[in-house]
Ligand binder design. Sequence first.
Ligand code: AMP
Ligand code: MG
Length: 367
Amino acid sequence: LEEAGWRVLAEPVVADRDYPPVARSIRDGYAVRSQDLPGRLRVVAELRAGQSYNRPVGPGEAVAIMTGAPVPEGADQVVMVEYTTQSGAEIITDRPPRPGEFINPQGSEARKGEVLLEPGVRLDYSRIALLAMVGKQRVKVYRRPLVAILPTGDEVVPVDVEPSPYQVRNSNAYSLATQVARQGGLPWVVGIAPDTYDATRQLLEQALQADLILLSGGVSMGKYDLVKDVLRDLGAELYFDHVLIQPGYPTVFGRVRGKFFFGLPGNPVSTMVTFKLFAQAALQTLEGERQLELPLLPARLTAPFRHQTGRTRFWPARLSADGTEVTPLRWQGSSDVVAVARANVFLVADADRQEWQAGETIRVLLK
Ligand code: AMP
Ligand code: MG
């Protein structure tokens, strides 16, 4: 149970008893017979959470009761302590009869044997609480998929190497590893593939040991974009090789030797966005998760926004703390990680609309 947080459940979880197992008070007050209300009642006992009382509440009687304590037999209403005045061993209340008020009946939250969680749900804190509640100390979850990350490009150098002005440090391996880990996968950076057929092929063959393969770079139309050649020679099936979005147009998805792979465009922001839009769902599916969500939320623009139609555009932006207003950031395009690092959302500009005025609603994708 301690290790199960944020893993994906692989078995149904059922209620081991009724919830609540007995009728319980949901207020501090007095358990009474509703037909005695309003009126003057004699307090015959006091009941705390964890205690039980095995004498029925009789006519004209009240039992002082604390939140969570079992409601004694005979009582069918709880009067909050705030609505009573005490006079010696008696209380006086002007509350009208309301049978059932402030009582959680036995089995009202769940019945014994009822399925409370289906396989395929991610075990968030409330579901972990549920497992603890029903006494499940050991729980079956799905294995975390191993995700191979294979950056490509002659110009890409490891982060501990001082790059020449013509080189870039390998940031994609780090953004992808972070995205993979956050989604529950086990990231494995295979190595940087230089732009030669043999090296790319050799590293890709290694990567085939993983459950999912994420290549970055080398998938667009350049002369040295070899990834697709290597994949084809390994017998890969391609399901799609471009998407009408910006950034991320040349995204490739397919299967090679039984393993799914994505060829993500190498520009750092393209890699981030296409992971989020496509690879994340694939990873979640491999993890056994059944209900995938990628909410696009509406927000009001604080400034006008325009773009070229034809592709759905993902633009770094700041969503206000209350989630109602969004401000597009200055952004130089797919290589501009600086702007994305300042953003907390991507604004989502529909492919078929050119402009929005300040104050109009647009959708955002949480980073
Ligand atoms: P490509 O998709 O291979 O044409 O790469 C597009 C751009 O992304 C180039 O400017 C690359 O230098 C850059 N790029 C490719 N791979 C990486 C990486 N691993 N880290 C940072 N930038 C990269
Ligand atoms: Mg390249």
